[in-house]
Design a protein around this ligand. Sequence first.
Ligand code: CO
Length: 223
Amino acid sequence: MVDAHSPNRLNQTQPTMDTLADLLEKNRNWATSVKAEDPSFFSELANQQTPQYLWIGCSDSRVPANQITGLAPGEVFVHRNVANVVAETDFNLLAVLQYAVDVLKVRHVIVCGHYGCGGVIAALENFRHGIIDNWLSGIRSLHRAHREELDALPPQAAADRLCELNVLAQARHVARTTIVEDAWARGQQISIHSWIYRLDNGIIKPLVPHIGKKLNDWNAQLD
Ligand code: CO
């Protein structure tokens, strides 16, 4: 006989927010509908992934890589952190990049920032936010390097411009990694893209033509 007061019974009959039952139910519904459309979808994906794209984006919950690009599971390898920073001392990023380039052999690396990025805005502010200030030090340097241009703009436009400059800088950092330099030297085809997403209309804008092969070619395009 089931004890009406046991924790199990409570969990079965009175799911609370703590159980995230709604998320699990949505997951089951999603898996069922995907399988109904393509019965072999999950069994094929379980065997291998062959994504063409590596996405380096912001952790912001409003910028989910798959949803905003209409890509299905298996189509994009993803790394996200606050303000889509590419730091050459970040072993998390480097491990993702190396796996994407050397093993998955992705054709495109997309660095996608977004306007209204809290990380970029924090780097513009003159007060302490905590450990994140250390993470954002590269963006503060970028701000200092472009102070003349940014100070001439109204605050909102300056923040937007720094979001763009950050994407361009981080894309250049990708191109300067030994991982990408070595891949290009081997003749591997990889393009690096600098994109920015606008939260209030859901549209992605490419900032400059993509970087193919040589960073110098790309720097020339920026001038
Ligand atoms: Co952000």
